[in-house]
Ligand binder design. Structure first.
Ligand code: SF4
Length: 360
């Protein structure tokens, strides 16, 4: 697997999907035997993955099952929930205690860990010591929004690897620069993005949007650049990605990325969006839309809403497999609406493409 490789698989069975993906990419071939492998999920607080806030335990279970089937025995899960929440409680509520018991892996509460000081450029900060002992680090963030940094994914997930006092200080330093610099110290070997059901706006969940996908890559900058596109953000909307690139953490250029899509998400959406995003979904005319497609459109409409453009939209936007044979005047999203007078390509399309098209 090369640094510029990205793999995407769609569906709603995370454990099966991740096991298939890891096996097909042959991730085990790049991990030295007897390595201490650390898995860093996002358990920002004690809420289940269906809230949109935390990493699906099924993805973690599938990852461990794959690694153990390849003979890896030293696997630990590390996390420190946000300030004010107990990591131990998050492990329990999010289903990680059951995983630890089933697979015999240790849960490490980084809030109780010692720390080491590092200097990167003009910033110095403490990093949890246990993170520095890993031979191979698997970063498993959630694809979701964030009220201060717009989005949070691979690079920002590493903020859970520092003591609470440093988390506080990162906010006084403006978040973006310290997040980027922290990734210079804590290096990610593999990113597995939980894009099954992340939150539209908040890292603590509450407005979950089904996106039905898992993304794998090695470079956290490239992964975050790809996720920004999926969520409809430009790189300048998420400054820590550009800062991380400037200091050599990775490369954001999607034009030189090898993107492999394993399948198409053709599962018809069966979860109604929360009432809190009704102001977005009332612009949508849906017939049997896939979750991945619908999720992209919801993210795009949220960006347009935040830019004050949503109320300028005339008519509804059509989406879904039920429009496959329809020849209509109006705007359609995705390949299924290719016979509409205006349609946005993709199956599923990315939120950034939807935004660009609608603005034009
Ligand atoms: S274009 Fe059609 S088939 Fe493709 S993701 Fe959208 S709704 Fe599903």
């Amino acid at each position: 697997m090369q640094n510029n490789d990205l793999y995407v698989i769609y569906g709603d069975q995370p454990k099966k999907m991740i096991m298939h993906l890891l096996d097909d990419i042959k991730v085990a071939d790049e991990i030295p035997k007897d390595s201490l492998i650390g898995i860093k999920p996002n358990l920002v607080l004690a809420k289940p993955a269906t809230s949109g806030a935390t990493t699906s335990p099924e993805i973690i279970a599938g990852t461990i099952e794959y690694l153990q089937s390849e003979g890896f025995k030293n696997i630990i899960i590390l996390e420190s929930s946000w300030i004010g929440d107990s990591t131990v409680r998050s492990f329990r509520v999010c289903g990680y205690e059951d995983i630890a018991q089933k697979y015999g892996v240790e849960l490490v509460d980084l809030k109780k860990d010692s720390s080491n000081v590092f200097e990167v450029g003009d910033i110095s900060f403490d990093v949890c010591s246990k993170m520095l002992k890993l031979d191979y680090m698997i970063n498993v963030p959630v694809l979701k929004g964030h009220c201060q940094t717009n989005m949070t994914c691979a690079l920002k997930n590493i903020k859970g690897c520092i003591p609470d006092r440093e988390k506080r200080r990162f906010h006084t330093l403006g978040l973006h620069k310290p997040i980027a610099y922290l990734n210079k110290v804590i290096e990610t070997d593999l990113v597995i993005v939980d894009g099954i059901m992340g939150d539209l706006c908040y890292e603590e969940g509450g407005t979950p949007v089904t996106m039905n996908r898992i993304i794998i890559g090695k470079d956290p900058v490239l992964v975050d650049s790809f996720v920004a596109e999926i969520m409809g953000y430009e790189l300048e909307d998420v400054p820590y990605i550009e800062i991380a690139e400037e200091i050599g953490v990775g490369i954001s250029d999607l034009n030189n990325a090898n993107i492999t899509e394993y399948n198409k998400d053709e599962k018809i959406r069966n979860i109604d969006p929360p009432r809190s995003i009704k102001h977005l979904t009332e612009h949508i005319e849906e017939k049997e839309a896939c979750s991945a497609c619908y999720g992209s459109l919801v993210h795009a409409l949220d960006r347009l809403h935040n830019q004050g453009l949503l109320n300028k939209l005339e008519g509804k936007i059509h989406i879904g497999q039920g429009f496959k044979d329809s020849q209509c005047e109006g705007l359609g999203v995705g390949k299924c609406t290719e016979n509409f007078s205006n349609h946005i390509k993709g199956c599923p399309p990315k939120a950034r493409d939807i935004i660009k098209f609608i603005k034009k």
